[in-house]
Design a protein around this ligand. Structure first.
Ligand code: HEC
Length: 188
């Protein structure tokens, strides 16, 4: 064996040994998660409502909660300042000054719940109980004139709310992808 070939074989052996030892290695840290621990992270709510927790609320129960937890940043009536505007803007999306709010832009009511539930209030996310999130979601939908003040939202009724921009998102115009992308949600 030439010197070169010897070195090559040596290094190849070294590489295969080291990858073997890496894959077989147990680092000795971590432990399997319990179901309870996984549940704590698994809070996503999907557009079709999968993942919505038990509980309920209406704009009537949500109004005082919104005033307490949200109004300071989003305005008494969701008009915004200092943070995002949450109410209004309907009919502006196709103008030169689109105003994107929960009411004008967001395609699913369930996602409003999901976002508030996971990310708001900004300074203490995930501090609200499901009843409170249902109530605040209902209040925002009521302010946007999407549902009446006394409509009760829960895991069954929330997915049925049709948002004004429900059919405004176009992902891919190719007809062969239509069924795949839209499933049962896009307009025919
Ligand atoms: C301390 C200020 C503050 C408070 C209190 C607060 N928010 Fe927010 N909120 C923000 C900021 C900042 C953003 C933008 C976050 C980003 O873009 O990452 C935001 C974004 C949002 C959005 C997304 C807006 C959009 O169209 O992109 C919603 C909906 C929302 N907040 C709802 C609420 C609700 C409901 C409450 C009360 C439970 C609340 N927020 C409390 C600061 C706040």
């Amino acid at each position: 064996m030439s010197k070169y070939n010897f070195l090559k074989t040596f290094f190849l052996l070294l590489i295969s040994l080291s990858s073997f030892s890496l894959s077989a290695q147990n680092y000795g840290v971590g432990k399997p998660l319990t179901n309870r621990e996984i549940e704590g992270w698994n809070i996503d709510v999907r557009p079709d409502g999968q993942g919505l927790p038990k509980g309920s609320g209406s704009a009537v129960t949500g109004k005082p909660l919104y005033a307490q937890y949200c109004a300071a940043c989003h305005g008494q009536n969701g008009e915004g300042k200092p943070s995002n505007q949450l109410v209004g803007g309907r009919g502006t999306l196709n103008t030169s000054k689109p105003v994107m709010t929960v009411g004008s832009y967001w395609p699913y009511a369930t996602i409003v719940f999901d976002y508030i539930n996971r990310a708001m209030p900004f300074h203490s996310p995930q501090s609200l109980k499901p009843d409170e999130v249902y109530g605040i979601t209902a209040y925002l939908l009521y302010l946007n004139q999407i549902i009446p003040e006394n409509e009760i939202l829960d895991a069954k009724t929330l997915p049925k709310v049709v948002m004004p921009n429900r059919y405004g998102f176009v992902s891919d115009p190719r007809p062969d992808l239509h069924n795949y992308l839209c499933r049962d949600s896009c307009k025919p």
